[in-house]
Design a protein around this ligand. Structure first.
Ligand code: AHM
Ligand code: MG
Length: 342
């Protein structure tokens, strides 16, 4: 019997594991494989989180979060579940020395009795929390650094407080109409789509690049009256006023989803500071820096309005930052306009 077209297609796919190994062979043949294994760990956590995200709408009939399900177990909130899943996947492998999560006040140490490794992972387990209960795309964001502290002892806060520029890898998982994992280790930005029939992330978007000028702008315009005049001017130009070239507005309110759309087709996302959020809303280490690293490796640019996000030296784990990110020329033009108006 002849194989079907889908069987032929499946026999030729490249899984994320195969791709990571191939990348390591090409770009870091001397590597120990530890970073590759760390990326698999994150891929595994993504599959587990994905399976729960896909069941989220059934929580009401199987047992609402915080309530008790049919097996008599307490149902965890999805963001707590995602956080625990990331910890479980990353803490006991001997590849990390410290984790930091947007959901935890303090850095998360390696449990006693387990080996420590040379990497830190900082993550937002489930970004877009206001969208979880209303069936709108959400995501997981991660950032990987090599530890600064010497030796094999426990990691220290300074291992987490590193500028985005020194990331060795960053990525996100988007739980959208399909589930995608997009990552970079500095050699291109690559996207993988989850095939639920075989339970694997398959290479679907190799070498993603983003157009220098985008057709979309994404911003929460309800904050308009609370922005500075220069920020208002930037957004006015995105709307086609004051001599700007008009863009189309798209705003989901899930950073990963808004960023992903703009990365694929070109666009600029902004969450500026405002009178209520004087440092902006988004977190430098879990949201801004990893997406800035991806964006730059895809040919885009990310700024806090004054300088490249990747050059910001963090001083606090949960530090916030204004963010302008996406198509390079659009973000640079915004940066220039803000400098001129400041
Ligand atoms: P979260 O980490 O609590 O989910 O908040 C971050 C989210 C981003 O995903 C999104 O870009 C932004 O907050 C939306 O904020 P707003 O509702 O103010 O527009
Ligand atoms: Mg978040």
């Amino acid at each position: 019997m002849r194989p079907s077209l889908s069987q032929i297609a499946l026999s030729r796919v490249i899984t994320i594991e195969q791709f990571i190994i191939e990348q390591e062979r090409r770009f870091a043949p001397e590597a120990t494989g530890e970073l590759s294994n760390l990326l698999y760990d994150i891929g595994l956590a993504a599959k587990i989180i994905n399976s729960h995200v896909r069941m989220a709408g059934l929580a009401d009939i199987l047992g609402a979060a915080g309530g008790v399900n049919v097996q008599g177990e307490v149902v965890q909130k999805l963001d707590e579940f995602a956080n625990e899943t990331m910890k479980h996947a990353l803490l006991r492998t001997g590849r990390t020395c410290l984790l930091a999560s947007e959901e935890d006040e303090q850095p998360i140490p390696i449990p006693e009795g387990y080996p420590t490794g040379k990497y830190t992972v900082l993550y937002d387990p489930l970004d877009g929390s206001s969208n979880i209960d209303v069936n709108v795309s959400i995501g997981t964001i991660f950032s990987i650094h090599k530890r600064l502290s010497p030796g094999k002892g426990p990691g220290e806060l300074r291992d987490c407080l590193q500028p985005g520029r020194t990331q060795v890898a960053a990525g996100y998982v988007l739980y959208g109409s399909s589930t995608m994992l997009v990552y970079t280790t500095g050699q291109g930005v690559h996207g993988f789509t989850f095939d639920p029939s075989i339970g694997e992330f398959l290479l679907s978007h190799p070498n993603i690049t983003t157009p220098p000028v985008g057709k979309y702008y994404s911003v929460n315009e309800s904050n308009f009256p609370r922005w500075t005049l220069p920020v208002q001017g930037v957004v006015r130009r995105w709307k086609g006023a004051d001599g700007g070239e008009a863009k189309n507005c798209r705003y989901i309110g899930s950073l990963v989803a808004d960023f992903h759309r703009n990365l694929m087709v070109g666009g600029v996302f902004a969450y500026p500071a405002d009178v209520n959020n004087t440092q902006g809303k988004l977190r430098l280490l879990y949201e801004c820096a990893p997406l800035a690293f991806l964006c730059e490796h895809a040919g885009g640019y990310a700024s806090d309005g004054q300088r490249c996000i990747l050059d910001v030296q963090p001083s606090k784990l949960h530090q916030r930052s204004p963010l302008f990110i996406g198509s390079r020329d659009d973000v640079r033009a915004a940066e220039l306009a803000l400098a001129a108006g400041a």
